[in-house]
Design a protein around this ligand. Structure first.
Ligand code: IPM
Ligand code: MN
Length: 375
């Protein structure tokens, strides 16, 4: 029996409701595949902002460090936007990234055929399939640089630096090449090398890693061109690697062109093994959904599946969870954000229960197949 130790930050707003079904499903995976699952519910975000004005207290950070992975729910209530940066819920994630030393963010998106009408793209743009993984550095760039504020000749001024060094690029590029190798062997690196020195370093360093992966076809593209091409010819993108800020933006574009951005996961990992898993859409803007059993739990469930695969090496279990989600969507069930004529509307909890039933069937099918093999 393998031990699976996970720290769980439930988030705030719709976060706790959304993570509920994912936790139930993880327990089912533990029961069905016989794993010793340990979930440590760690207080952070809204809960601790209210209780001690700190989005990630010392003790919570310690417990996250003791786990093998952190499952992090949606957070970022509107009322916290007025707080200083280091008191907001986002800061919990930023501190965790730094403290756990994760280097790379991974965001897979794909279009589910039965939901393709929700995509803002035209049929001719998606008929060849949309299946992309965005790989983004989360250590360098302006998002992680020191912040400067002062007063200059133009009045008050503020700036950050787009800093990169070779090590930062190599760490993320290596993860991207490995992912591309396991997919269709195509990696597109995005930068602004026509203008930025940091991008020229980025491009050179990515190419350098590329020489170790001759089976992966590497191309480079300017970020602004890529933003257009992603809409015009999304089938041309397989694995994408880019810097922190460019990745933050283009991964959201990638989620949005599917029309179903709440179906996907996000992973933050390092070669050393630390990992944080969240839904792709971390900030749920629509607070009118809170407490109404309306929010879509699938992004969080996919995050749990990605965690099983990447951190715990449980490919079969992760695949079963993905399959269970796919079957429920195929059977025509939708939360409110996924509604189309002819589909059946279900709430957060019922969606979780339907996926659980499918998961049980898949586990039984798998056990039967293994039984047959041994006969
Ligand atoms: C994301 C988010 C974060 C980021 C915020 C919450 C710090 O936007 O993960 O995409 O910009 O990295
Ligand atoms: Mn973002």
């Amino acid at each position: 029996m393998s031990e699976i130790k996970i720290a769980v930050i439930r988030g705030d707003g719709v976060g706790p409701e959304m993570i509920g079904p994912a936790l139930e499903l993880l327990k089912s995976v533990g029961r069905l595949w016989d794993h010793d699952l340990k979930l440590d519910i760690v207080p952070a975000c809204g809960e601790t902002i209210e209780s001690c004005y700190d989005p990630l207290p010392e003790e919570s950070l310690k417990r996250c460090k003791e786990a093998k992975a952190v499952l992090f729910g949606n957070s970022g209530l509107e009322k916290y936007r007025k707080l200083p940066l280091d008191k907001r819920p986002e800061h919990a994630l930023l501190s965790l990234r730094r403290e756990l030393k994760v280097t790379t963010n991974i965001r897979p998106v794909s279009i589910y055929r039965e939901l393709s009408q929700l995509s803002p793209l035209k049929e001719r743009q998606i008929e060849k399939g949309v299946d992309i993984v965005f790989v983004r550095d989360i250590v360098g760039g302006v998002l992680c640089s020191p912040k400067f504020c002062s007063t200059g000749t133009g009045g008050r001024e503020a700036y950050e630096r787009e800093y990169y060094n070779e090590k930062i690029v190599l760490d993320t590029a290596d993860i991207a090449f490995r992912l591309a190798e396991g997919r269709r062997g195509r990696l597109i690196s995005l930068d602004k090398a026509n203008v930025l020195e940091s991008s020229r370093l980025w491009r050179k360093s990515v190419s350098q890693v590329g020489s170790r992966y001759p089976q992966v076809a590497l191309t480079h593209c300017f970020i602004d061109t890529a933003a257009m091409r992603l809409i015009a010819e999304p089938w041309e993108f397989d694995t994408v690697v880019t810097s922190n800020l460019f990745g933050d933006i283009i991964a959201d574009e990638g989620a949005q062109i599917t029309g179903t951005p709440r179906l996907y996961a996000s992973a933050e990992i390092s070669a050393a093994g630390a990992a944080i898993y969240t839904p792709n859409q971390l900030h749920e803007a629509d607070e009118s959904l809170i407490g109404k059993d309306l929010v879509n739990p699938i992004g969080m469930i996919q995050a749990a599946a990605l965690m099983l695969k990447l951190t715990f090496g449980l490919k079969e279990e992760a695949e079963a969870l993905n399959q269970a989600v796919a079957r429920v969507l195929e059977a025509g069930y939708s939360t409110r954000d996924l509604m189309l004529p002819g589909r059946t509307l279900v709430g957060t909890r019922q969606m979780g229960e339907l996926i659980e039933k499918e998961l049980e069937k898949i586990a039984a099918e798998g056990a039967a197949e293994k039984g047959e093999e041994t006969v």
